[in-house]
Design a protein around this ligand. Structure first.
Ligand code: ATP
Ligand code: MG
Length: 719
């Protein structure tokens, strides 16, 4: 046997060595859970399990890629399927989707397409779509799907008991919405899971053969699985119950999306012979960081206490920093990072900045830009949300799936070619009456539609264009994209924009072509268009990180899950932001506990240094509002410093590097001791720091904050 076990603790090694039968690894952050998963995969292959019999599932594409690389490194030349739940389900549906009425070339809708389909469904069921926002209905439908509740089941439940008014609308719109999607040969993200659940339930033979095909299933970040995901892994672990789940209940942060901590308890019930492994050592962080994280999480009542210990050497104290406003916070952060890199003490890639809501990143981006600090925002979603990127992707979608109505509508007059709204509606009605998809409709138009001459002519040209593109769709995807850009005159059409905006859009188009080029190179034997589109749809926040580039990483707390960085700044730790206003308003203590876990996840990403910052004033939707510190900060027994009255934020005279080296002598140490003193005093004398200003609370309760959460929530919903 092999060095696979050499640098593991005895309990880690036992988990890696475990062969057949269910296993549950429950352990705190940084204890090597993810390491166990990769080592175990390698060890299984070493024991002659065929790589195709192993299915590893992680929460993000980035984690999946890293894991595949690590396995390849451990056992060169052996590729194992590591994927996210959504990716795995998409793969199953391409093969077996026929059982739920899908053709193999189905499209995956984005949030905007979804909204359009929801609006249509609401309207067709006789409700006024202006009264029922698609996002609320979509949110509820998503919830039902994650709980494996189909339209039929929900309608039945709704008939049996009195529900909310929203639910009575949803009971009708849900089924219609599903039909609209099926007619367009399309699915939304949650369908990927639900359809697979349905298929596994209704086709016992298929279930058994998949169960036998995927003999070994490993699920990392198990605490965040929802009901649908649970049903899938358990359906595939009946005949071959070699399911290995690793997780940490204290890091469960997707309750708002239907994740169920109970899945861990159920595991023990469903697999009574489960081997349970607990790990106690943290290999990631300094004792200071762990102590602070423990101070925090101890305040959660809904948990089993577990100790966090490490034999890592002691490091710098964890610090809470208070600033006057978001600009000072951002500027001083940028200056500090710049100086520490300039002095040779750190690299840019050592730093990560986390925030609760996306909108907090803008001021930081600006400050880092001004200070010439290179940074990367984990903006995978943002990139694929951009108009020009979505336009070009819509062309690809139509070429791949001529039934894709939302994509068809997006491109029929983009760039503008004189096919107005009226003409489009006429075409729509004409096509529906003849039971044609829009692709076939534009190829068959005649005078009976009653279109204006110009529109009719343009549509015919458009049909020719589609034919030409379809003919060229079998070569490299990058080439196809270039043809689309050229033949539609896409860039010329933007040339009326301001130069900077034009350059921006053009750069995005180029970036998309470059990503297709990369895809082509990675799939020399011919990647399909549907595979490429799938990659684009399933792209995630954390996907764009490139550590080699030496950039500061900016991301939301949710995307930080599973990652680690030497030096972490957690900004905006304020009442109303973290815990988020939404969790406060509902008055549900469990929601506050989830917010606390979210902060816990953020803090435990740090290996060597951790700074938590908050500001007295915060600009929200263009208004400067006064803020108070998060209640979570009072729970930490760490050093505090108030910069809100300082003019000098260069940090020149007390850089952490100097503290460590002791170059500026006792005065700094004395100062630090003073902060600690002050911290203890503050936390004992004024425990109600967070509750004193009702007005601030009210200011933050404006609807905008909710919208902000929604915007962020929708982003995070993307698998
Ligand atoms: P999280 O809950 O945050 O996802 P985790 O339990 O998955 O954490 P890992 O990411 O696997 O933890 O490990 C944390 C860090 O500790 C990694 O850098 C890993 O390489 C290192 N590590 C894990 N086990 C050991 C070990 N036995 N010896 C040395 N380093 C280790
Ligand atoms: Mg992990």
């Amino acid at each position: 046997m092999t060095q696979l076990l050499d640098d593991l603790t005895p309990s880690q090694a036992a988990a890696v060595e475990h062969f057949e039968g269910p296993m549950l690894v429950l352990a705190g952050p940084g204890s090597g859970k993810t390491r166990i998963v990769t080592r175990r995969i390698a060890r299984l292959i070493e024991r002659r399990v065929h790589p195709a019999e192993i299915l590893a599932i992680t929460f993000t594409n980035k984690a999946a890629r890293e894991m595949a690389e690590r396995v390849e490194h451990l056992i060169p030349g052996r590729r194992v399927a590591v994927s996210t739940f959504h990716k795995f389900c998409a793969r199953i549906l391409r093969q077996y989707g026929g059982a739920v009425g899908l053709k193999p070339n189905f499209s995956i809708l984005d949030v905007k397409d979804q909204d359009a389909a929801l609006k249509e469904a609401v309207k067709e069921e006789g409700f006024d779509p202006t009264h029922y926002s698609p996002s609320r209905i979509g949110w509820r439908i998503g919830q039902l799907k994650n709980e494996c509740i189909t339209p039929a089941l929900f309608a039945q439940q709704a008939g049996e008991r009195v529900g909310t008014h929203l639910d009575s609308v949803v009971a009708k719109a849900y089924g219609r919405y599903q039909q609209i999607l099926l007619d367009a040969n399309a699915v939304d993200f949650d369908d990927l899971l639900l359809h697979v659940v349905t298929i596994l339930k209704e086709n016992p033979n298929l279930r058994q053969s998949l169960d036998e095909r995927y003999r070994f299933i490993l699920v990392d970040e198990y605490q965040d699985t929802n009901q649908a995901q649970y049903q899938i892994v358990s359906a595939l672990s009946q005949n071959e119950p070699n399911l290995c789940a690793t997780g940490d209940p204290d890091q469960s942060i997707y309750g708002w999306r239907g994740a169920q901590i109970e899945n861990i308890l159920r595991f023990e019930r469903d697999f009574p012979r489960v081997k349970i492994v607990r790990l106690e050592d943290n290999f990631r962080s300094t004792p200071e960081i762990l102590a602070a994280a423990d101070d925090l999480i101890r305040h959660n009542t809904q948990r089993k206490a577990k100790s966090l210990r490490t034999s890592n050497p002691s490091g710098l104290p964890v610090e809470i920093r208070q600033y006057a406003d978001g600009f000072q916070e951002a500027d001083s952060l940028a200056a500090e990072i710049r100086e520490r890199v300039a002095s040779g003490e750190r690299q840019y890639s050592d730093f990560a900045i986390f925030y609760r809501v996306n909108s907090l990143s803008r001021s930081i981006e600006t400050a880092l830009g001004r200070a010439r600090v290179p940074f990367a925002i984990t903006g995978g979603v943002a990139f694929y949300e951009r108009t020009e990127v979505k336009d070009l992707i819509a062309y690809l979608r139509v070429i791949e799936n001529p039934d894709d109505r939302p994509a068809f509508r997006r491109i029929v007059n983009t760039p503008v070619r004189g096919i107005g709204k009226n003409s489009q509606e006429k075409l729509d009605r004409w096509a529906s009456a003849r039971n044609l998809n829009l692709w076939d409709a534009v190829h068959q138009i005649d005078a009976s539609i009653g279109l204006p001459k110009k529109a009719e002519y343009s549509l015919k040209l458009f049909a020719n264009l589609l034919d030409e593109l379809a003919r060229r769709s079998h070569g490299p995807i990058a080439d196809l994209l270039e043809v689309i850009v050229e033949r539609t005159g896409y860039l010329q059409n933007l040339s009326g924009l301001e130069p900077e905006e034009y350059a921006n859009r053009k750069a995005n188009v180029e970036e998309l072509v470059a990503s297709a080029r990369q895809f082509d190179q990675d799939h020399v034997e011919g990647g399909s268009l549907s595979e490429f589109l799938e990659t684009c749809s399933l792209v995630q926040d954390a996907d764009t990180i490139d550590e080699s580039a030496g950039q500061v990483q900016l991301m939301t707390l949710h995307s930080a899950k599973g990652l680690e960085f030497p030096c972490v700044y957690l900004v905006g730790v304020e009442h109303g932001l973290l815990p988020h206003e939404r969790s406060l308003r509902d008055g549900d203590p469990l929601q506050i506990e989830e917010e606390r876990r979210l902060l816990f996840v953020g803090m435990t990403r740090a290996r060597e240094e951790l700074y938590l910052t908050w500001t007295r004033l915060r600009s929200t939707h263009g208004r400067l509002l006064s803020t108070i510190a998060s209640q979570f900060l009072t729970e930490l027994n760490v050093a505090r410093h108030d910069y809100s009255t300082d003019d000098d934020t260069s940090f020149g005279d007390w850089s952490p590097q100097e503290m460590r080296r002791g170059t500026s002598g006792d005065s700094i140490l004395a100062q630090m001791a003073g902060w600690g003193e002050q911290a203890r005093k503050e936390s004992s004398n004024s425990p109600d720091e967070t509750t004193s200003t009702e007005d601030d609370h009210v200011d933050l309760a404006e609807p905008g904050v909710d919208a902000q959460l929604f915007a962020y929530a929708e982003e995070d919903t993307q698998p």
